[in-house]
Design a protein around this ligand. Structure first.
Ligand code: NAD
Ligand code: TYD
Length: 353
């Protein structure tokens, strides 16, 4: 079986559903169920005999040891993390705990388990670490896209803790020979995305008729990847990635935030028109995020050339599917908007009035 950490989150939930559609190999989801872990995302899998869930914090070494002993996975896909830049600005401590200490603890558990495998199992074992393009820092408009060799320059507590975890991961390959592969991924979007991030937040607020906050001048640039394209990249890297290597994964686009928000409004104008006029009327520019990175852009030529992966969706086709999914799944949006979520939204956007 494979072990997935953070499988109740956005990418992990999509990955597990997608895995079980494409494979007959079982999957163990190890997740602490923080505010970002939504049990409902995987509810339909509860009766699937190939699916197991363990509510475990990756910082808990004894619990991890029990899981490795009991399930003997042939691979670990490490997605568990604190993932929201804005939250990392106000509460960085939990980011250090989960992203740095948690990844270290998981690596120690894996190292101990892996060192007792026979030689064949040791060679075929994989630890797939999911990192981000944010570790490369902010680009200026004319800069070339980041490649796998671009030096690290993380700017937020989130990206700094992801960078720290990448370095520890790298050292476990170099020092102990653990068969590790790392993915640097651009911004994902798609179904089951928690509505604290730009795209699901914009859709959820537009459907509720609430203002759509755009930070600063709206000209910050991100590269957007449809989440199921990321899932196919993870499967590709798991089967063909070379241990010790890193691979950039991203959509083949660069969009300013205002372009993204306007595109969502335009889709909603067609798919769910409002009597009171275009959704664009809800857009408001608000105070910027401190230290807001101007541009992320990654070059994905290596994975395309060496492993034959490329995204199936364009930004336009992926966004259309995403908006339609949120229209069809308004129960999911309502359920994840807990009182903790509402407090966060009030706190975050009050600072930006
Ligand atoms: P998410 O915030 O939606 O989900 C994170 C999951 O991890 C949640 O289910 C949460 O309960 C779990 N978790 C958090 N702390 C934990 C702990 N201590 N022990 C066990 N489980 C814990 O995140 P996501 O967007 O699905 O991102 C997944 C991974 O991909 C992260 O490592 C993130 O840094 C990386 N990534 C995400 C994006 C993106 O656009 N979403 C882009 C690049 C990289
Ligand atoms: P986000 O989805 O938080 O991802 P990240 O910061 O990891 O890239 O934000 C994407 C972009 O959208 C980022 O430039 C910040 C901006 N943004 C807004 O303009 N308004 C918002 O309400 C949010 C949450 C983000």
């Amino acid at each position: 079986m494979i072990l997935v950490t953070g499988g109740a989150g956005f990418i992990g939930g999509n990955f597990i559903r997608d895995w079980l559609k494409n494979s007959t190999e079982s999957v163990l989801n190890v997740d602490k169920l923080t505010y970002a872990g939504n049990f409902r995302t995987l509810q339909s899998l509860e009766d699937n005999p190939l699916y197991r869930f363990a509510r475990v914090d990756i910082i808990d070494r004894p619990e991890l040891d029990i899981l490795f002993e009991r399930y003997a996975p042939r691979a670990v896909i490490h997605l568990a993390a604190e993932s929201h830049v804005d939250r990392s600005i106000y509460s960085p401590a939990v980011f250090v705990q989960t992203n740095v200490v948690g990844t270290f603890t998981l690596l120690e558990a894996v190292r101990s388990y892996w060192s007792h495998l026979d030689n064949v199992a040791k060679t075929t074992f994989r630890f797939l670490h999911i990192s981000t393009d944010e570790v490369f820092g902010s680009l200026s408009p004319g800069d070339p896209q980041c490649c796998e060799m671009t030096p690290y320059a993380p700017n937020s507590p989130y990206s700094a803790t992801k960078a720290a975890s990448d370095h520890i991961v790298r050292s476990y390959h170099h020092t102990y020979g653990l068969p590790i592969v790392t993915i640097h991924c651009s911004n994902n979007y798609g179904p089951y995305h928690f509505p604290e991030k730009l795209i699901p937040l914009t859709i959820a607020r537009a459907l509720a008729g609430e203002p759509l906050p755009v930070y600063g001048d709206g000209q910050n640039v991100r590269t957007w990847l449809y989440v199921l394209d990321h899932c196919s990249a993870i499967r590709t890297v798991l089967s063909s990635g070379i241990p010790g290597q890193t691979y950039n994964v991203g959509g083949l686009n660069e969009k300013t935030n205002i372009e993204v928000v306007q595109a969502i409004c335009d889709l909603l104008d067609v798919l769910n028109p409002r009597a009171s006029g275009s959704y664009r009327k809800l857009i408001v520019f608000v105070r910027d995020r401190p230290g807001h990175d101007r541009r992320y852009a990654i070059n994905t030529r290596k994975i395309q050339k060496e492993l034959g992966w490329k995204p199936a969706e364009t930004f336009e086709s992926g966004l259309q599917k995403t908006v339609q999914w949120y229209l069809d799944n308004q129960d999911w949006i309502n359920e994840v908007q807990s009182s903790e979520y509402r407090k966060w939204v009030e706190f975050n956007y009050m600072q930006r009035a």
